[in-house]
Design a protein. Structure first.
Length: 426
């Protein structure tokens, strides 16, 4: 793929494959000079987390290429991954720490900056204690760095004031997964897309938010044994243009639509009753709610025809391997967590979870949004451990070689908005 203008042809050449086949390798590359060496890394510019190699010459980045052996992207890169690195060569980028002195930011050496942080931290610890510290992170670190931060903050300093940018971005995904499955981890793999026969995208314009994942979906959609595609989005996005059923709903009406789809699943018997009885709780209460949302009522609320809702439900209800996804069209909308949970419930009603080709993905804006959560760099403890579970805390304390009481768990970890409030209050 070297030399192609991928800003014009975002998804590149199709490499189609059938259900159960292996996604073919296609190595995307963009270089401006011949590299002296290649350094293994990853792209953090969307939530796909593609593996890439960075070409280096004279201490500068001169190009990138996708990693063929990486199971996430199989060598492909999106336009951000291919071209975004060029900003590193801008003369306006900071190359030294800035320290505020006399009200002005002035250049300092790395040693000076670190000494200042250490001295100030020691002073705060001695005079005010651990609660004087608050940490709020961006989405641009790697998992290892987030984990190191969580360890220093929780076990080293002993403060609960730690959160990440995912709090104001995809915290809905976190709580929907916890509410449905008891754990903030997506119950599936991208390889489920390789074998599914139905794709259900709700408020998720994957073609533009996760371009490499869309390449994977396109290679299935344009190949043999094509999966059916249902897209829920007010706009006719590139994803919607590929759909078998497109539901251009009124913004903020996700819950009503998902209720109506589930109403049809129940009425038509497209549910796995044995799975529900064995693996879930609350079905009777859900069924009572769904009875109030026939497609005609949802049509009035959502602004889409009742027959289109029935058609979408039929596709979802008669498929044998369902992958469902959502993103900001759910998270940044009305009744966000309720809608995200209802997407989980679609797969649970069908018993399509924990099997090849059967998964729910509560997507993120960046791969690091999930990293902050699984490493404990926000409101959880590392490895999705629960601060309210003493056994989880004891296990973590043993791994970190500290007393359990060192790790703050006497109350919920402090979220970003509280940290900002505490800072305002001194």
């Amino acid at each position: 793929m070297r030399g192609e203008d991928r800003s014009a042809d975002v998804w590149g050449t199709r490499t189609t494959f059938p259900a159960g086949g292996e996604w073919p390798v296609r190595v995307d590359e963009h270089v401006v000079e011949v590299p002296e060496r290649w350094v293994q890394s990853a792209c953090v510019l969307c939530s796909n987390g593609c593996g890439l190699d960075i070409g280096v010459r004279d201490g500068r980045i001169v190009g990138v290429r996708g990693r063929a052996e990486d199971r996430v992207n199989r060598g492909r890169l999106g336009p951000k991954g291919l071209y975004g690195w060029q900003a590193n060569n801008s003369p306006e980028r900071l190359t030294h720490p800035l320290v505020r002195r006399g009200g002005e930011l002035r250049e300092a050496s790395w040693g000076e900056a670190m000494e200042l942080i250490v001295a100030r931290s020691r002073d705060l610890l001695e005079t005010m204690g651990p609660l004087a510290f608050g940490f709020y992170t961006s989405g641009q670190l790697f998992a290892e760095e987030y984990y190191a931060q969580a360890k220093v903050v929780r076990a080293g300093l002993g403060t609960p004031h730690l959160d990440g940018n995912t709090r104001l971005c995809t915290a809905t995904a976190e709580w929907a997964l916890i509410e449905s499955f008891g754990c903030d981890g997506n119950p599936g793999s991208y390889t489920d897309i390789d074998v599914c026969d139905t794709l259900f995208l709700v408020g998720h314009n994957v073609a533009e938010t996760q371009t490499v994942l869309w390449m994977r979906m396109l290679d299935r959609l344009h190949g043999a044994d094509r999966p059916k595609l249902v897209v829920v989005d007010p706009r006719r996005t590139p994803s919607a243009r590929e759909a078998d059923v497109w539901l251009p709903i009124r913004s903020g009406t996700n819950v009503a639509l998902l209720n109506a789809i589930q109403h049809e699943l129940v009425v038509n018997g497209w549910i796995d009753r044995a799975f529900l009885d064995d693996r879930t709780v609350g079905f009777a209460a859900l069924e009572r709610t769904l009875s109030q949302y026939p497609p005609e009522r949802a049509a009035e609320i959502c602004g889409v025809p009742a027959e289109a809702i029935r058609e979408a439900a039929s596709v979802i209800g008669t498929g044998e391997r369902l992958v469902s996804t959502c993103l900001q069209g759910v998270y940044q909308s009305n009744q966000a967590t309720a809608a995200a949970v209802q997407l989980n419930n679609v797969n649970l009603l069908r018993g399509m979870i924990g099997k090849p080709g059967c998964a729910v993905f509560q997507m993120n804006g960046q791969p690091t949004a999930e990293n902050t959560r699984e490493t404990g760099a926000n409101g959880a403890l590392p490895g999705f451990r629960n601060f309210e579970n003493d056994a989880h805390v004891d296990e973590l304390a043993a791994l970190w070689n500290v007393a359990p009481l060192t790790i703050p768990h006497w109350a919920p970890p402090t979220h970003a908005m509280q940290i900002f409030r505490f800072a305002e209050e001194g």
